[in-house]
Design a protein around this ligand. Sequence first.
Ligand SMILES: *Cc1c(COP(=O)(O)O)cnc(C)c1O
Length: 230
Amino acid sequence: MSPTDTADAPIAQGLRRIRDRIAEACLRANRPPGSVELVAVSKFHPATSVAEALAAGQRHFGENRVQEAQAKFPALRAEHPALRLHIIGALQTNKARDAVRVADVIESLDRPKLAAALAEAMARESRAPTLLVQVNTGDESQKAGVARAGAEDFLRQCREEHGLRIDGLMCIPPAGEDPVPHFRYLAELAARHGLHTLSMGMSGDFEAAIAAGATHVRVGTAIFGERPAQ
Ligand SMILES: *Cc1c(COP(=O)(O)O)cnc(C)c1O
């Protein structure tokens, strides 16, 4: 593909726009440009869209479902060894082994049974994806993530009982609420526990998340457009 072809492709354009906005948000927050990793959320979009993003230099991708990730990513990874796949959706315990096989980062660790299943799968597969604990910062009953009140205990349990190294935290603030208090809460919790990775911020609020200290933003719609209906 010539550079011109890439520049004219809508996904390449979307990526360039988002990277520019991330760089500007870093500047405003007095943070080094490049201190925020863009995770392009490709769920429900075809592998051809991921390939377009790869051609435009994008390397980190996010998928909600392990099965969809397994269908889309192994072939692309063979061509792009630097590709990094993040599993960002609720993870069933019986998918732990598949998740460990396919993912470089699992962002949705949120309960003791899953911690045990991941620890076992990591030992069996001799693979150690980076792990983030998802916190249900809005304590919403329908949402994945460990409850606020249980977060500190769960972090300790992951480390001490399951021998897991936890790199950071992830959250999805409640829709229709100001996300900033949720971002700040997550950043404070991470700082108290010496955790460096903060995955927060999506298409509608990633700049606010960067101001609050996000190290990873997960952006789908603003790059790939509306998701196709399922
Ligand atoms: C879908 C999804 C995103 C991306 O959302 P957009 O609003 O399309 O940017 C980010 N994080 C998680 C956990 C998601 O499920």
